[in-house]
Design a protein around this ligand. Structure first.
Ligand code: RAT
Ligand code: ZN
Length: 372
């Protein structure tokens, strides 16, 4: 076997802990999204379809029901054009993985396939096909639908870790007690927030992290609603000053920070911050960075600057089936970056070394940080 084949084999076999998704355990039935109509109405594809069809206004698109939206996206991005973008290529990968035709003229066959699946079997099959052993949800108790499920006493499948999202909860008037309440109820693996600029979080957040030994995840560089007509598809990006992150890490050496940045230009400064502060863990290629070429470039950079002490990827999946493509595609990019770095070593690595590194990068480091 060539070095590239040995690395690909190890990366494919390594169990994944997916540090950030928007998926829900089957115990949250109304929130657990799967199937072809959900895949095609993913907001990444909505943005692409509305760009390709300028005559369809966002208002007209969102007035359609989900099936009609999915039909429109299919016709626009898969029938009249080739699925060359990463989000469209991903749908093609998923359909092919289930033996469905990614070049079908319509969605009839795919809809019939998903209609016959039992959700319990589907969850098992998707986790197996994607090689994911555990994944973190995004849990927001300010969302009325989610809150109602928690209050009804549901406990999620243990492979679905909870992560308490603070984007909205952070504005609670009694934040400290809201945090205590939801940490007790959800038992999260970490607290998380997405931000435009970095600033110190409220004291109550850092206190809760210290008290419960939980990492604080910061997802940095999103500019919400730059085109509000597109709904969740309307967010943008900006490059961000990371000096406040250095300060935060320096002033709170007893808090661990999971950090991902949205702008490509922030990848390098984040590596430098992480070299200075062992309590900062760069993770994933977030959203607009979740493209094969950028994952390979980012993983190379992180390997060169940090060695195997980071988490190369998370899926950000919103639809269960997306785990299959997000991880198949990411594994290829990660394997390719690793192969290039091994190729720079004067003595080729053994299979045991490759396996050790692949297991650490795909799941081991996340597991240590989440105390799993
Ligand atoms: O990648 C996405 O789906 C985005 O819409 C966001 O959810 C982002 O990942 C986030 O967690 O805020
Ligand atoms: Zn996300």
């Amino acid at each position: 076997m060539t070095l590239a084949e040995r690395v690909a084999t190890a990366v494919d076999a390594a169990p994944i802990i997916d540090l950030h998704t928007h998926l829900f355990a089957p115990q949250f039935p109304a929130l657990n999204l799967w199937g072809v109509d959900e895949l095609l109405t993913y907001h990444y594809l909505v943005a692409e379809a509305l760009r390709a069809e300028p005559k369809v206004t966002p208002e007209a698109f969102f007035a359609l029901d989900k099936k009609a939206q999915a039909d429109l996206v299919w016709a626009s991005l898969f029938v009249r054009r080739s699925p060359l973008s990463e989000a469209t290529a991903g749908v093609a990968t998923v359909l092919a993985a289930f033996g469905l035709d990614p070049a079908a003229p319509d969605l009839r066959e795919a809809r019939a396939f998903f209609a016959e699946r039992r959700v319990e079997d589907h969850v098992e099959d998707v986790l197996r096909l994607s090689g994911v052993s555990a994944l973190a949800m995004t849990n927001d108790p300010t969302d009325p639908a989610e809150r109602a499920i928690w209050e009804s006493g549901a406990t999620p499948d243990p492979r679905f870790y909870t992560a308490l999202r603070l984007d909205r909860l952070i504005h609670a008037s009694d934040l400290a007690s809201e945090l205590e309440r939801w940490i007790a109820r959800m038992r999260p693996r970490y607290l998380a927030i997405s931000v435009n600029e970095v600033s110190a979080p409220p004291r109550a957040v850092l206190d809760a992290c210290r008290e419960h030994g939980l990492p604080f995840a910061m997802m940095i560089g999103v500019r919400r609603a730059v085109n509000p007509r597109l709904g969740v598809a309307g967010d943008g990006v900006s490059t961000v000053d990371l000096i406040p992150l250095e300060r935060l890490a320096a002033e709170n050496p007893d808090v661990r920070f999971l950090v991902t940045t949205l702008a490509r230009e922030n990848t390098h400064p984040l590596c430098v911050v992480a070299r200075k502060f062992a309590n900062v863990l760069p993770f994933g290629c977030w959203w607009f960075m979740n493209n094969p070429s950028l994952i390979e470039e980012t993983t190379m950079m992180r390997l060169e600057m940090l060695g195997p002490t980071f988490v190369p990827q998370h899926s950000d999946a919103r639809v269960l089936d997306q785990l299959i493509y997000k991880w198949r595609h990411s594994r290829r990019s990660i394997a390719s970056a690793l192969t290039r770095r091994y190729g720079a070593m004067p003595v080729p690595p053994t299979d045991a070394q490759i396996e050790r590194d692949a297991r650490a990068l795909l799941g081991g480091i996340a597991k240590d940080w989440l105390g799993a």
